[in-house]
Design a protein around this ligand. Structure first.
Ligand SMILES: [Fe+2]
Length: 408
């Protein structure tokens, strides 16, 4: 048997056998096996199987969103329980109809308790045929059991890991995550250019979701803002459906502990009328619209109240050349960042890691994570409590190549 196929079949067996013991897989345990499962290309043509393990999105104090993908159309649900509690079932309902007859599944658990550990399993019942007056089900498959913890109410601390510019190198995700060792963290943030350009679903599974679930994503959530490369390719318009950010959008804000985060979508790096886009993008209007939204966020109580104010976006508006994207971000976002005194900005894009201290133009440091080649990749660790924010940037050999600290 082909070795790659063998690995893939092993993985399917792991997640689909109902006899597997319901043991939670810790991030540490999953890190031990950094084998990235093969894509559905190597699957047998027939078969109702999971193409991904469940991955966590949109963490809340009272909710968590779970997504997964199956090879066949199915009706899907989640069974979950507070440790030691009774098992509950949840499925998604849209406009009165239960979500079904699809391969991409998303269930948002609601009314959870803050700061509480839950165990969960996902299920998928194949839909063999969907006639107007007769629906025929097939086999039901179920995942292993995993666990997650909901966000605490008003936590004193926050801790996250940031990756950027992976550029279709799936092995980088578990490798960079391994740099964190056993250090506790709340969630992971992807800051754009995880892909070179969007081709199809298979690429999303193989190069992002499966390496994420291998390393952490069935037990810890991740958030994601696009880089310029995610706006390219024939599948770019389908990409957002595979993720579920806060507010359901491509740009969003959230407070975690002492930090208010604002995540912006900086769009493409060239002019909208550049021939390679063939008239099919309008990022200038989009960035201007975001700037209006950004000012409402910068004026908000949550922003003013926060001890630390952090912006995460892919293209830095300084130190990334003089392309149109950089300059337009500088024009529409730059004055707002200075006026409302953000503390820190975290970016990618240039592929050259560096901590740029405050200077004329930006009155706050800009930290740029590197990538995507070996020796240039970074994992950024950000931790904050009421008194101190600490950022550490690790190169892929584990050495710290940048840091920044702010005290209150
Ligand atoms: Fe990039």
């Amino acid at each position: 048997m082909n070795q790659e196929k063998f690995k893939r079949r092993d993985f399917i067996g792991l997640v689909s056998k109902t006899s597997i013991l319901g043991l939670a897989i810790s991030p540490l345990a999953t890190l031990a096996d950094s084998t990235v499962p093969e894509s559905k290309d190597s699957l047998p043509a027939e078969g109702h199987t999971f193409l991904t393990q469940p991955y966590l999105q949109h963490p809340g104090t009272d909710g968590m969103t779970i997504m997964w993908i199956t090879a066949r159309d199915a009706y899907s649900w989640v069974e979950y329980q507070e440790k030691g509690g009774t098992t509950k079932k949840a499925h998604a309902v849209t406009d009165g109809m239960v979500d079904a007859n699809d391969r991409l599944h998303k269930v948002s658990l609601q009314e959870l308790k803050p700061g509480t550990i839950y165990t969960y399993k996902v299920y998928a019942k194949e839909i063999l045929s969907y006639e107007p007056y007769k629906i025929t089900y097939g086999e039901t498959i179920e995942s292993s059991t995993y666990e997650f913890t909901t966000l605490a109410l008003n936590p004193a601390e926050v801790s996250l890991l940031i990756m950027n510019d992976i550029h279709d190198r799936p092995q980088s995700i578990p490798q960079l995550m391994a740099l964190n060792g056993n250090d506790p963290y709340d969630f992971v943030f992807f800051n754009g250019d995880i892909f070179d350009y969007q081709t199809d679903e298979n690429q999303i599974i193989k190069n992002m979701i499966n390496p994420c679930t291998t390393a952490f994503a069935s037990t810890k959530p991740f958030m994601y803002v696009r880089g310029n490369h995610e706006t390219r390719g024939k599948f770019a318009r389908q990409l957002p459906a595979y993720f579920h950010n806060l507010d359901g959008g491509q740009y969003f804000s959230f407070t975690r502990g002492p930090v208010h985060f604002i995540a912006l979508d900086t769009g493409e790096d060239k002019e909208d009328n550049h021939p390679v886009y063939a008239g099919l993008i309008d990022f200038d209007t989009y960035r201007k619209k975001q700037a209006i939204w950004l000012e409402t966020q910068l004026k908000s109580k949550a922003y003013k109240k926060a001890k630390f104010k952090v912006v995460i976006m892919h293209i830095p508006h300084y130190h990334s050349g003089d392309g149109h994207g950089t300059l337009h971000c500088r024009e529409v976002f730059g004055p707002l960042f200075n006026k409302y005194k953000i503390d820190l900005m975290i970016c990618g894009h240039t592929h050259t890691y560096k901590v740029h201290p405050p200077e004329e133009g930006h009155q706050f440091p800009i930290i740029i994570g590197g990538g995507p080649k070996d020796g240039k990749r970074t994992l950024i660790k950000l931790k904050a409590n009421e008194r101190k924010l600490h950022l550490s940037m690790l190169a892929d050999n584990g050495q710290e190549v940048g840091n920044y600290e702010l005290s209150r």
